[in-house]
Design a protein around this ligand. Sequence first.
Ligand SMILES: [Fe+2]
Length: 301
Amino acid sequence: MTIRISQTAEVQQFFEGACGFDQAGGSQRMKNVVHRVLNDSIKIIEDLQITPEEFWKAVNYLNELGSRQEAGLLVAGLGLEHYLDLLMDAEDEQAGHVGGTPRTIEGPLYVAGAPLSEHFARLDDGQDPGTVLYMTGQVRDTDGVPLANAIVDVWHANTGGTYSYFDPSQSEFNLRRRIQTDAEGRYRLQSIVPSGYGCPPDGPTQKLLDQLGRHGQRPAHIHFFISAPGHRHLTTQINLAGDQYLHDDFAYATRDELIAEIHFSDDANGRRADIDFDFVLQPTAAPKDESRHVRVRALEA
Ligand SMILES: [Fe+2]
């Protein structure tokens, strides 16, 4: 017979005390959140009959996750980051914020403060022998009006599937730039075709995915923040057509409208790839919607 004590007055009172409900100081919001987490945790322990061995394994897992800096990877892999997108989409729909390029997950690998250029930027430092990529497109509003001086903040992995800053072997801000659009709302960039990548195979995220019978691979993709005064900030990424993981992304970032065709060709300089992709922003009268969500990001003040 399962023993249950979580809902007794004694245990309830005990955890209310642990959450500081009887203390004047602290944050009421935090007290409410922690109380809910503790209440749901003890229900899980009883409902699933979590053993002490499993409990301490979970505690140790949190330590591992932190020491490897993989909490951001795990929330993507478990679909929680995609769930936040779905929730924001539903809120937008209810508020009548429709149209434009869909959002998708930011992931944990943005670095603030990449060099800013006008109209064009080369993203790579010339050290990676990947296929040369030329990408261009236009930033418009939902009425089709081109947005001059919009900022296209772009970042992607190298051919080894790693990102500068997090991979110290790459030069500073390699494959990261901010590009201001021209009078026609256009941006152009030169880079190298990124590779898809997976979770570190020896890390805690992959260890959990293994237990779920899942892989930890992503298709090749390019991340973007698109912003312009008077318009809602867009966090998105394009996923490259033809990748074997395009519709099997462990982080669930692929959306149909964000699949970018990539055209390979050969010219006098060798093999090249071309992508044409436009971004459409929703207008806003709320200045706070022009900025990305606040979260801890590398080099962000
Ligand atoms: Fe990424």
